[in-house]
Design a protein around this ligand. Structure first.
Ligand code: C2E
Ligand code: MG
Ligand code: MG
Ligand code: MG
Length: 291
């Protein structure tokens, strides 16, 4: 009887594995098709200066419009794309599309820069800096208008290789940001060596700032630490005015979150900018041609 139970357990397990593998395989062939058939699209989330609300940058966030599954968020397919290597093509697609979009915005007079997320696998590729350089040239965008976001865990996966890659990007003039700061296991001694200009405090520490004293301590010390290291600090995931005000009082430089705007399609992002970037009469960020 026991053996039978055990067998059934195994069968159930095998069936589940099969479904898992099957699911994985469809997802993989789906991913391969997605870039060719324009199933990916990009959203832009405003990144503002906390002191006055001025916005001169946005973070690029990918979405997948799957013919059967509907809109698939990145957390559902990026990890899988990393495992299978499909991430390489996705990153290139994102770079090229976002930089082309940026080029056309800049041609219209918008002085903007973009933050783009890159993965562990991207950093592990020796030719990644060359691919970025190529994408910048093709789009005709200056390296300084691009900031690449890298997580701590992506860096710590292969610290020596990551350092080489980041140094090459830095020498090209691309800006670098550490994303989701505080959630990884990187040592401060190691971070000190990295040629980065920006640190993004993870949403998990930001959202409780108006009520959790531990989060207050963590965020304040992170801001101080970053400033002592000469880095700009961005807080992500700001949803309330109370959190925004606390961050401002702690000296945080920049902010992103639903309080200001959700990630938006390109057209809506520009519409948002027109409404929010120039508080009436302030002249802040006025377009060069005064439009
Ligand atoms: P991330 O880079 O840390 O991006 C921030 C995430 O927080 C985004 O989720 C954004 O939509 C969400 N968010 C922004 N403000 C708020 C807020 O006020 N409240 C809440 N609850 N959420 C907020 P999203 O777009 O689902 O992206 C998730 C992650 O997927 C990103 O985390 C990033 O690691 C990855 N990702 C997104 N786009 C790309 C991409 O083009 N390439 C790669 N490699 N990874 C990407
Ligand atoms: Mg990011
Ligand atoms: Mg983040
Ligand atoms: Mg994240």
């Amino acid at each position: 009887h026991e053996a039978k139970q055990g067998n059934r357990g195994l069968l159930v397990f095998e069936a589940a594995m099969e479904r898992h593998v099957e699911h994985g395989l469809t997802l993989l062939s789906d991913l391969r098709r997605a870039a060719d058939q324009h199933e990916f699209f990009l959203l832009y989330q405003p990144k503002l200066r906390l002191s006055d609300g001025h916005c001169d940058a946005a973070e690029v966030l990918i979405r997948w419009r799957h013919p059967q599954r509907g809109i698939v968020p990145p957390d559902r397919f990026i990890p899988f794309a990393e495992q299978t290597g499909a991430i390489k093509a996705i990153t290139l697609w994102v770079l090229q599309h976002a930089l082309n979009q940026l080029a056309s915005w800049q041609q219209l007079g918008w002085q903007l820069s973009l933050n783009i997320n890159v993965s562990t696998r991207d950093l592990g590729q020796p030719d990644f800096p060359a691919l970025v350089d190529n994408a910048l040239r093709r789009a005709g965008v200056a390296a300084a208008s691009l900031c690449l976001e890298v997580t701590e865990s992506a860096i710590m996966d292969d610290p020596a290789q990551a350092l080489r890659c980041l140094q090459a990007l830095n020498e090209m003039g691309v800006r670098l940001s550490i994303d989701d700061f505080g959630t990884g296991y990187s040592s401060l001694a190691y971070l000190k060596k990295l040629p980065v200009q920006e640190l993004k405090i993870d949403r998990s520490f930001v959202s409780g700032l108006d009520r959790d004293e531990a989060d207050v301590t963590i965020v304040r010390s992170t801001i101080d630490l970053a400033h002592h290291m000469g880095l700009a600090v961005v807080a992500e995931g700001i949803e309330t005015e109370a959190v925004s005000q606390r961050l401002r009082s702690f000296g945080c430089d920049q902010a992103q979150g639903y309080l200001y705007s959700r990630p938006l399609p390109a057209m809506e992002f520009i519409a948002w900018l027109k409404q929010h970037r120039f508080p009436a009469g302030s002249g802040i960020g006025a377009k060069p041609d005064g439009r």
